[in-house]
Design a protein around this ligand. Sequence first.
Ligand code: FAD
Length: 511
Amino acid sequence: MSAYEPSAVETQDVAEVGDVSPVETSAQVESCDVCIVGAGLAGINALFVASRYLSRDQKVILVDRRERVGGMWVDTYPYVRLHQPHPMFTAGNIKWTLGQKPSYLATKGEVLGHFEHCLNEIKRRVRVDEFFGWTLESHDETGGMVRITCRSAAGQVRVVEAKRLIKAVGLRVEPNEPLEFSSARVQSVSPDYCDMRGGDIGASDTPVWVVGGGKTGMDTAHALITEYPGREVNLVAGSGTMFASRDRFYPSGARRWWGGTRLNKVASEMSRRYDGTNETEVAKWFRAKYGTWLTPETGNFLLGVLSESENKTIAAGLNDVIMDHVVDAVDRNGATELVFRSGATKSIQPGSWVVNCTGYLVRRDQDHDYEPYVSRSGAVVSIQPRSATLHLTSFMGYFMTHLLFLDKIHDLPLYELDMQDLRAKSQTALPYAMFSLAQHNLSLISDSVPTKVFLDCGLDLERWYPLPRRLVGTTQFLLTHRREREHQRKTLDTVRERFDVRCGPLLDASR
Ligand SMILES: Cc1cc2nc3c(=O)[nH]c(=O)nc-3n(C[C@H](O)[C@H](O)[C@H](O)COP(=O)(O)OP(=O)(O)OC[C@H]3O[C@@H](n4cnc5c(N)ncnc54)[C@H](O)[C@@H]3O)c2cc1C
């Protein structure tokens, strides 16, 4: 555990720093014990953990270029619903105050409300100064301190000096723009700027083409079908998407005592089956036992969750499902046509709406540069997909911050995986490699942190189930995780060799 003295002088003006804009004359310098960049789910978990190690008079500076806490949820589409059980979408062990059943799908407003609640709860334990509207530009480590340079949209510069920096910048999810088309007769919109449940799209009765078969496509189709029964809604589903069936993982009511399958059980079975070469076979197994989908092909699995009833509603309400990728819409010979990657075309009604649901997670303009998950000095932790240590950024924010404060982050031979590169090389292998990674690293972590670290981890989806079932799971994990680690290590080594991706312990991987 670390305890430092707060800086005597916390704010001062100094001469101009670095390469600043012409409007800049001086940069404010602030000091703190920990600086966290990113106020999304990963950052708020890092903050929760930091607050457990710091005392009331120590200070955290929380930086985000958005204007409030919440990360990507701040500006994602308004009808988004949290597809996982909301109680486990939290910071550490902070409880929701919504008063809804665990199976309730939280809305965007409710998710943002919970972020606010988490921040307020954390502030009861440690001082948090919010630098919202500030973008991290650079950082460097000198003399045992990390110097962090941030800039506001107006060009002002602020410098933060911290003993530790946690960069929880996430997957760089940004609003999607409407697709650009040659046709002047289609109404191209993005869900992030056009709410399906009203406005011009609600007032019109022309057909809607939802482009993209992932989580956003499903939310959008569901919103349209339920809001406007009888309206023509079509889906262009790319290579198709598989979802984990909510009914199988999260049975509701009394069935939680005996029904469904614990996600952790499936994760360990999945990593037992996966050997780094057989992703197609494992995908088939997962799909048959736990998957749900509405497209005839199901190329992608991005850990999305969908219930059988949502799936049925969407399938019954769709007019046409096309397995292809839209490349343009054109007006020719008096008709309007969608043009697909395969070369095929489809005549559509002029005035049709085309909604860009092509996804947030795979845009090349959002690629991250490689950075190890922890710097050589151990003062900077970086949570992003190029050096992933666990399957989700929220878990990384939680566990990596514990390891940081326990001074163990350099001691464990954790594997890091370049998820961005692996996704580009094999979408099929990615989810199974991610679970092998998570099982391997959680096994190492569980051997080296106090039990309370796991007890306080409210992110654990195992909490869906009553305590006796969870205890069975914990006992199984404790009995088997060490001997399974060797298989997971071999699997990850095979993934590295086969796909030529960064995947291995930090020292091997980053030098
Ligand atoms: C449509 C959609 C629905 C989803 N639904 C679910 C769901 O139901 N359940 C689930 O578990 N996951 C869901 N996800 C995944 C979701 O991305 C994660 O759950 C989680 O919210 C990501 O948190 P994060 O902190 O890693 O990233 P983010 O939420 O993206 O937060 C990162 C923050 O870092 C800030 N930042 C980045 N770079 C800088 C910089 N240089 N300077 C300052 N600030 C910076 C960003 O502004 C951002 O606020 C969904 C994703 C999408 C796109």
